[in-house]
Ligand binder design. Sequence first.
Ligand SMILES: [Zn+2]
Length: 585
Amino acid sequence: MQKTMIIALLTVGVGMQVPSVLAANKAVLLGIDGVQWEKVQALNTPNFDRLTINKAYTGGMKGYDNEQLTSSGPGWATILTGVWVNKHNVDTNSAGLANADFPSIFKRINDANPILTQASLVHWSPINTQFFTQDITNVERVESGISDADVTSATMSEINKGTDFVFAHLDDPDHHGHSTCFGSAYNKSIITADQQLGEILDAIEAAEKQSGDNWLLMVTTDHGRDSLGCGHGAQKLNQKTIFIGSNEPVNAELTEKSVGANNDFSGLYGYAAQTSIVPTLLTHLGIKVEQEWKLDGPSLIGELGVRKLVASTDGYLQWINESDDDIRIYRNDILVDVLPAQNNSWQDNANTRLGTVDYVLASNANPVAFRNNVMDVNAGLSWSLSRGYFFRSDTQYVRYNKVLDKAEDGYPRAVNEGNWPGLSAYSENLVASFHKDSDTAYFFTHDGQYLSYDLNTDSVRDGYPKAVDATTWSGLEAYADSIVATLRWKGNKVYFFLDDGNYLRYDLVNDSVDSGYPKPINDSTWPGLGTYAQQITAAIHWDDTRAYFFLDGQRYIRYSITSDRVDSGYPKPTNDSSWPGLLGM
Ligand SMILES: [Zn+2]
């Protein structure tokens, strides 16, 4: 900014022609696909050395709702929107259009000032042709699938033209990584990318001298690589590690490693996130980042506000803040609290935290957001070989087609007197359900009651709910309000799982708890389930060979009834790929 003013004054001072257009702020975002930061540091890359550059991270936060694959689609979508996958919805490379509710920087710029000119010049086409097609209709120059050399020359010509925002994407390092892993070809592609970065930096410096404009160049990558350099996609330190560089001064969010609430991955989350790129570019371009946009990262230029925000699913928020400004806390666009600057945590005690919850913390006009989805599966009921029902924490239910392995169209729906006669008054309290026989299903509520459901008349039987007591469920009475899940097993047995990590076996013929229970859920009683004993929210008998356990934090486990143990590779996230439509809105 200072540089611009001096040039402008000199121009006027020496009596030369006053520029007809005032000096402007312009920006280039150079993305280089699949570059391992440690390789850049080890190799001779003199042009990277011209930047203020530091480690950063991608992939969201492992185990949180914003966790995403460390692959190109999700990565570039985050780089270009400033939000994670739970907002932009680009969950794989084959995803379609990104979520229009969280538009890319192209649309943000065009909406803020349609006069500004833009270019999107990409080697990897899907960025333009698959994810952001709807946003680039107002971008003046769009090139897709062109070589790295052509991207570089097109970028330089756009800089020479004075285009206000240029996104340039190089792909050769990722390509070489996939074909020959780490090695000489990969290293050479990074050296080449460094030279292309150098050409772009030279073009920017020349343009600044000539026009007096102030160009921000940011450089980044979408993901790191596995230890051999061949692939990526997982939640592993190398693959989550990226970098962000800038030719302009940046704030401590980029230059310093902080200690936040989550120190996983050797403290990687203490560095800046991929989500900070969009707010930084917008700030440089003079476009105010609105708190309503719910961008997940703070700007790397300008005053620091709240950063390193983490919200757990129980509504506990933590962050760091060095600004003197009050902290305004928004939940789903409503201001819910204002805290003095020195605070660094807050408990959301509202009982409206079910479903998708968007927090935004704003201080110093540098807002930062965090989205949670606290929807859980509270109960699962196997209706038939082809149909299951799931009851969710938002009190809606989903009819699931077990053959097609997806939710039926038109779900979720509210539980009401039309679809579940007699059950709707208890839809907020359901904790477990199971299919006893061809006549009866049972539902249990968190206050120690149960309902008997007549499968023939499709309604709750008269006289229910009743208390779980010594006469109705002999041996279960002491645990009536601790039940979190039930699992109909083989023969006459059904298992009850309790909130303290223990379980009971119930015999439906003897109509009582078997002797010797409760027992702990551990790796001898339930092999593979011990670690998750206190995280179970629901269980469902799927067929004679398997059952599913649903865990908090939207994860699930497949349990082999045949081999009586958790199948390998679980837990996995409960999402639209694993359970299409189950947790959808
Ligand atoms: Zn790749």
